[in-house]
Write a protein that binds this ligand. Structure first.
Ligand code: ZN
Length: 299
């Protein structure tokens, strides 16, 4: 089982889906099929700081992500364009070069599942430009994952030579994580995971992102947060943050939860496949999800 988180920034993984990855890794199902998780970060991380230079911020964010991924036991990669350059934070565009780069990274890893941000249906909700572009990019490239020459002009090494038959690369199941920039759960998530058992590990991973949680986020004021003075204080703050998010997601629970929506961007799973593959989850409406999956399968 290989699962790829595709997100815009260093630290998005920890706040959007680290709980799912940790539960998956620790689940009995994973021990039978060796779970592998990878974080793909799509921007260079140079912009989001107030007193550090762009170069310093980018390097710091990269080191913080490496440390966090190591604690979680996950691989990670910074997305690069065909010339080997990362994409600029705050300026992501769903253009040919970005799609080609996503296509190459996904085909190289060959995930069974992708987790990425959602596309809001309601244009009144807020967005982060990079989150939206990642969501758009994954959606647009999904069909092309199994097309071997789709971006051979951008990545000539992928061109199959002579009479050789290209290897078939399957399209994964694609799940949307919750995006707090949208401020609501207008997409009405499908799957709820109780992350109580792994919240301390998420705290340890996210605590690595000191330039975010102790410097940038308190300054920019988006989450009305104060800089955590210790890992113990951060564990408490993070737990409160997840509980607060339950209100956004209309979940009546005093436990920290992560929520996900099943899309038809990639291969459409049957409900039983989700039960077989994923760690234990609660379905917001099993009836609605099954009906949606069946209608997609039939089309
Ligand atoms: Zn982000």
């Amino acid at each position: 089982m290989k699962v790829l988180c595709i997100h815009a920034h260093f630290d998005d993984f920890e706040f959007a889906c680290a709980g799912l990855f940790l539960l998956w890794k620790n689940s009995a199902k994973a021990s039978n099929s060796s779970f592998q998780g990878k974080i793909l970060v799509c921007t260079d991380g140079a912009a989001g700081h107030h007193f550090r230079s762009r170069e310093e911020t980018a390097q710091l964010r990269l080191n913080e992500q490496a440390k966090a991924a190591e604690i979680g036991g996950f691989e990670w990669e910074l997305l690069k364009d065909p010339l080997g350059n990362p994409f600029r934070e705050g300026c992501l565009e769903t253009n040919r070069i970005f799609l080609a780069s996503l296509w190459k990274a996904i085909r190289d890893y060959r995930p069974d599942y992708i987790v990425c941000p959602p596309i809001p249906r309601d244009t009144r909700v807020g967005i982060h430009v990079d989150h939206l572009q990642v969501a758009e990019g994954v959606r647009r490239v999904a069909y092309l994952i199994s097309v071997p020459h789709a971006f051979a002009p951008e990545f000539p090494d992928t061109q199959v030579k002579g009479t050789a038959v290209p290897e078939y690369i399957s399209t994964p199941v694609i799940l949307n994580a919750h995006d707090s920039y949208m401020g609501s759960d207008e997409d009405e998530h499908d799957l709820e995971f109780d992350i109580s058992r792994v919240i301390d590990s998420i705290a340890e991973m996210s605590f690595c992102h000191q330039s975010q949680i102790a410097e940038w986020l308190p300054w920019v004021g988006r989450h009305a947060m104060t800089a955590p003075k210790s890992i113990e204080k951060w564990k408490h703050q993070l737990n409160q943050r997840f509980i607060q998010r339950n209100y956004q997601s209309n979940i009546e629970s005093s436990n920290p939860m992560e929520v996900f929506t099943v899309t038809a961007w990639g291969v459409v799973p049957g409900f039983e496949k989700l039960v077989d593959d994923l760690p234990e989850f609660r379905c917001r409406s099993e009836e609605n999800l099954k009906a949606r999956l069946n209608s997609w399968k039939a089309s």
